[in-house]
Design a protein around this ligand. Structure first.
Ligand SMILES: [Mg+2]
Length: 122
């Protein structure tokens, strides 16, 4: 089964994303911030990370940088970065920091499925 780590400080968004991903046959894990996500990726790297930008403790951008620098992670997950209309300026920075794709919030099942297909996971 393909695995996805949903990283978002919003419980509601994690719940919605989990539901969509489970209908796409993903096994889903959740993290509330970048630090939790990094710890998870070091222990059990998922196939893909769905990554929020604004989070306490460690932001999405800080997570991307830490992921890039980590020598503990043996298999780097694909990263689909989530942003909003207001955060569109962040997309270039996220891609430069190692994100593979991005998705605009709020996303629906078809949009997320197509993004996962682009990174080779659908
Ligand atoms: Mg957030």
């Amino acid at each position: 089964m393909k695995t996805c780590l949903v990283v978002d400080d919003s419980k509601v968004i994690r719940k919605v994303a989990r539901h969509i991903l489970e209908t796409l046959s993903f096994e889903v894990a959740e993290a509330e911030d970048g630090q939790q996500a990094l710890t998870h990726c070091e222990a059990t790297p998922p196939d893909v990370v769905l990554l929020d930008w604004n989070m306490p403790v460690m932001t999405g951008m800080e997570f991307l940088q830490a992921l890039g620098q980590s020598n503990v992670i043996v298999r780097r997950p694909k990263v689909v970065f989530c942003t909003t209309e207001n955060g569109i300026a962040h997309i270039k920075a996220a891609i430069e920091a190692g994100a593979d794709e991005y998705v605009m919030k709020p996303f629906d099942r078809d949009t997320l499925a197509s993004k996962l297909q682009i990174v080779g996971l659908a």
